[in-house]
Write a protein that binds this ligand. Structure first.
Ligand SMILES: [Zn+2]
Length: 238
């Protein structure tokens, strides 16, 4: 039985060596296969009682599916001069201004970066995380006010499968990558997590709170489903 997370490489006849992460799970009831765009490979969730061998054989069985999905992963985009980044959902070109001492700023479709080009990747990455917080925090507090709740702490993370989460003590966390999504999508995720301050579940009552706060959100949910994984292709792999 699998006890710890294992990262390995499996040779798939269709595409050759493929990074694979086996993740044991006490909660899962069946084997689950997903493409992990941040990892450039596949994650297999392995429930208790299922052997490593069975998990790997499922990967072979789904070789064509994996190959098709891996080939559809967008190219990885580093935050380097000349790259395009969808800041707040709008494509921005990264340009450097070696002599400037203004840090990083966005203006008319360009993300300008002061300093040497070799520091651009880290600078843009730090800046995007900061912008994510600046966009998310005021919205979270405003939504919470509307339902008479208090947000305890807001943290930004680089989660792989969730865009946000809410704990019972009022802490909210969000993926910083939401700052690469259209503004209405970011806004929806904030409303969704704040709604959990009132209903810590996905019941009909919960969705009513979301609707009251944000309005209809089917379009934004759909956007995340369809485009969310592409957001994991930006910046250094995590
Ligand atoms: Zn939720």
């Amino acid at each position: 039985m699998l006890r710890n997370i294992e990262e390995t490489e499996i040779d798939l006849p269709q595409i050759g060596p493929l990074p694979v992460r086996l993740r044991p799970s006490a909660r899962a009831t069946r084997l689950k296969l997903r493409i992990d765009p941040a990892f450039d490979g596949v994650e297999i969730v392995v429930p208790n009682g299922i052997s490593r061998k069975t998990a790997i054989s499922m990967l072979y069985q789904h070789g064509d599916w994996v190959t098709a999905h891996m080939s559809r992963l967008p190219e990885r985009v580093q935050f380097v001069p000349g790259a395009w980044v969808p800041f707040m959902g709008n494509e921005h070109a990264i340009r450097t201004v070696p002599d400037a001492k203004r840090g990083v700023w966005a203006e008319a479709g360009v993300i300008w970066v002061s300093g040497l080009p070799e520091h651009t990747n880290r600078r843009v990455s730090d800046w995007l995380k900061k912008q994510a917080k600046l966009e998310i925090a005021p919205r979270a507090h405003a939504y919470a006010d509307k339902i008479g709740k208090k947000v305890n702490r807001i943290s930004l993370k680089d989660t792989r499968t969730r865009w946000g989460s809410c704990s019972s003590n009022g802490n909210l966390s969000f993926s910083w990558r939401l700052v690469l999504a259209p503004e209405d999508v970011l806004d929806y995720v904030v409303a969704h997590e704040v709604a959990h301050l009132q209903e810590l579940n996905h019941s009909a009552r919960f969705w009513k709170v979301v609707e009251d706060l944000y309005g209809p959100s089917k379009k934004q949910q759909h956007w995340l489903k369809k485009n969310g994984s592409a957001l994991h292709r930006y910046g250094a792999g995590s």
